[in-house]
Design a protein around this ligand. Structure first.
Ligand code: ATP
Ligand code: MG
Length: 417
């Protein structure tokens, strides 16, 4: 990688850097003249030709100074989002840029948090505190790429390698263990031998890491292009996160994940957990901090993994109970596990495209109409369910006259079986 490599920095980030570079405490001296670089993940992604998720800036100026500069400047907002760690979030054109003072972390507690942070005047040690060589590069248009730890070489060779001694770096902050797996999966990189050994040896320290952090790294890992390989090679780490994944479960899950291709996260997560004994699934979910939608979707897939889907009516009942998207995922996981036939996907797609009815909302009769026909309010739900079941079984067409006739009989004979 040539040091003269040019990175195209977006305008809103350039605007922030330009203001920092203009700053000078003593205009006639170089002392405390503002310097700024983009750093970390954005440099890595730009060099890989990927679009960075976010642009982080590192600077020699103290966070308080950054806050003062940008709070006073029209067109910018500044928030002290992590001032004790040197971070201020500057907003330009509604887009946030995290600006952090060059720093070095000293001493760690609970294998995660630095006990103290030293702010520095030079970027070198700031790069040294970063987790992996590929994440430890900085760039500015004036200086080109600053790569003091061999990051560009590792990037070209597809290698995840700790900056410094892997055991020390994982012992300081065990989150880096699962981050290593995440980057290996997302970028389809190999984890360098000593880094891999240290990650496996120190995996027990992951118990110090919050469920939120594990969950967000695991999501990226499972959705990465090399997820199956990483799960297979580092199954011991995954088993430490989910003690219920016994025996060869993770190795088998790697196979399912690989067959699922680019499926979304809830399905990949369900695949990972699909060999857990049913009574331990809730416990496995407790190890994560999932949003309700993801959790419900993954749980529904697992709950119905072995539901009999022998005929159209069974498929429609499944759609009724969990929705057609989750039903499709039940089938996809079943196929990946070689327990269901591909043809079920076609049957489901036919059901969905032909507009067949499988929810009470799609019935051509409403609760309001039932009320006007004399139904007692608290029985309406039950009547609609009964009508839907008959429609699902093709005993009754989904048309208004037929449904009104059947509803009338149910209302007058109280026949809601
Ligand atoms: P993403 O594409 O997910 O944003 P990223 O590498 O930018 O990946 P961030 O969590 O945004 O990851 O962190 C930004 C940078 O901060 C990293 O590139 C790395 O240099 C540094 N960093 C983040 N987490 C750690 C950590 N736990 N230990 C050391 N350095 C870290
Ligand atoms: Mg980032």
């Amino acid at each position: 990688m040539s040091e003269s490599f040019k990175i195209t920095i977006p305008d809103y980030v350039c605007a922030v850097m330009a203001e920092i570079n203009k700053f000078s405490l003593f205009p006639d001296e170089d002392y405390l003249r503002g310097k700024s670089y983009v750093v970390g993940g954005c440099v890595r992604d730009a060099l890989l030709g990927r679009t960075p998720n976010d642009w982080d800036v590192t600077t020699n100026l103290p966070a308080e100074e950054i806050l003062n500069i940008f709070s006073a400047l029209p067109g910018f907002d500044a928030y002290p989002t992590g001032i004790e760690h040197g971070t201020v979030t500057v907003v330009r054109d509604n887009l946030p840029v995290e600006v952090t003072t060059f720093r070095f972390d000293v001493g760690y507690v609970n294998h995660r948090h630095p006990t103290a942070v030293l702010f520095l005047d030079s970027i070198d040690r700031d790069l040294e505190r970063r987790d992996f060589t590929i994440n430890a590069m900085a760039y500015s248009p004036e200086s080109g790429i600053i790569d003091l730890n061999g990051g560009a070489h590792d990037l070209e060779n597809g290698i995840i390698r700790c900056v410094g001694k892997p055991e020390e770096r994982f012992d300081e902050d065990a989150l880096r263990i699962i981050r290593a797996l995440r980057f290996a999966s997302v970028l389809d990189f190999e984890i360098e031998k000593d880094t891999a050994k240290a990650a496996l040896d120190l995996r027990g320290l992951l118990t110090f890491i919050s469920r939120e952090r594990i969950t967000s790294e695991l999501e990226k890992l499972l959705c990465g292009k090399a997820a199956a390989r990483v799960l297979r090679d580092f199954h011991l780490i995954i088993e430490d996160i989910f003690p219920a994944l016994a025996g060869d479960s993770v190795i088998r899950a790697a196979e399912y994940v690989s067959k699922l291709g680019d499926a979304a996260y809830p399905l990949k997560l369900a695949a990972l957990l699909s060999d857990i004994e049913p009574h331990r699934i809730q416990g496995a979910f407790m190890n994560l901090r999932l949003d309700n939608k993801t959790r419900r979707h993954a749980e529904n897939i697992l709950l119905h993994l072995h539901t009999e889907l022998g005929d159209n009516a069974a498929l429609k009942r499944l759609c009724r109970d969990i929705g057609s998207d989750a039903a499709r995922d039940v089938i996809r996981l079943g196929i990946a596990r070689s327990e269901r036939d591909d043809s079920l996907l076609r049957t489901l797609s036919d059901i969905c495209t032909s507009g067949e009815c499988f929810t009470t909302a799609e019935l051509r009769i409403s609760g309001k109409e039932l009320l006007s026909m004399g139904a007692i309010p608290h029985e309406i739900g039950k009547i609609l369910d009964t009508l839907l079941e008959r429609v699902i079984k093709n005993e009754l067409p989904n048309d208004q006259t037929a449904l009104q006739g059947a509803a009338d009989t149910l209302i007058n004979r109280k026949e809601t079986t």
